[in-house]
Design a protein around this ligand. Structure first.
Ligand SMILES: [Zn+2]
Ligand SMILES: [Zn+2]
Length: 253
């Protein structure tokens, strides 16, 4: 499974980071996990196949995770020299289909009918779906918004966890147990801790329970110094491999 960090940023704009987006490739599966503003252009920048995505998976409906959807569909409808015919599957929490209807009302009918088949499949916490490439996708509830989900992708021995946006949750930490690579949000410093996001101490607690082989920190607000972040995770009691995500970073699982 090949994973590329497409967007490791937040709502606060930074020149070298766009909003939340991750590309996963395994066999015939070409998945975009969240589609924040800027992700389409970073897919192009990093030479990733934005035009032949097979799956778009959404964690929740905040604009920094969803706001790139209209331009992606606009590009798929009007930006290809050869029209696309392959189907696209959209997976997301309860309410995803209605959200697409509202986006289509606001932006245009190309979000309903981009010229190729689109299937919207809502996924519930606890559900597991088999995807192309023999990849299993599982969802779990996170503490963030009423609909927000975390995901886990498993193929053979390889596994990827993605927290989406979340506050600390013991059950979620246990759900990620044994995952190879865990992409975890780490939004704020411990002094600015809130229920809906993670801080270094809480990510460390999550990792102590989940025990990933590799921890990748993302969705880091500028209030949190990135250079010293792995150190703060160690201070929090997690000594495993810890990386800070950068747009364009590639991970092989
Ligand atoms: Zn959010
Ligand atoms: Zn976010």
């Amino acid at each position: 499974m090949d994973v590329t960090i497409v967007g490791s940023g937040t709502v606060v704009p930074e020149g070298d980071r766009v909003c939340a987006s991750y590309f996963v490739e395994e066999g015939a599966l070409r998945m975009l996990l969240d589609c924040g503003p800027g992700s389409l252009h970073h897919l192009a920048r990093f030479g990733l196949p934005w035009d032949t995505l097979s799956h778009l998976v959404l964690s929740h409906f905040h604009t920094d995770h969803l706001g790139g959807v209209p331009i992606l569909f606009f590009a798929l409808r009007y930006g290809l020299s050869t029209p696309r015919s392959e189907a696209l599957t959209v997976l997301g929490p309860a309410g995803t289909a209605e959200r697409f209807e509202r986006l289509a009302d606001a932006f245009g009918n190309y979000l309903r009918d981009p010229g190729f088949p689109v299937t919207i499949r809502e996924i519930a916490p606890g559900e597991a779906l088999e995807l192309p490439g023999r990849v299993w996708l599982r969802a779990a509830k996170t503490r963030h918004t009423p609909e927000s989900l975390a995901y886990r992708l498993d193929v053979g021995q390889a596994s990827l966890g993605y927290t989406g946006d979340t506050g600390y949750d013991e059950e979620l930490a246990a759900w990620f147990e044994g995952v190879d690579t865990l992409i975890a949000e780490c939004s704020l410093p411990d002094e600015l801790a809130m229920d809906a996001h993670l801080t270094p101490a809480r990510v460390a607690a999550l990792a102590r329970r989940a025990r990933p082989r590799r921890l990748v920190l993302t969705h880091v607000y500028p209030q949190l110094e990135r250079e010293t972040l792995p150190e703060r995770i160690r201070d929090g009691g997690w000594g495993g491999e810890t990386l800070v995500a950068m747009d364009g970073m590639r991970l092989v699982l």
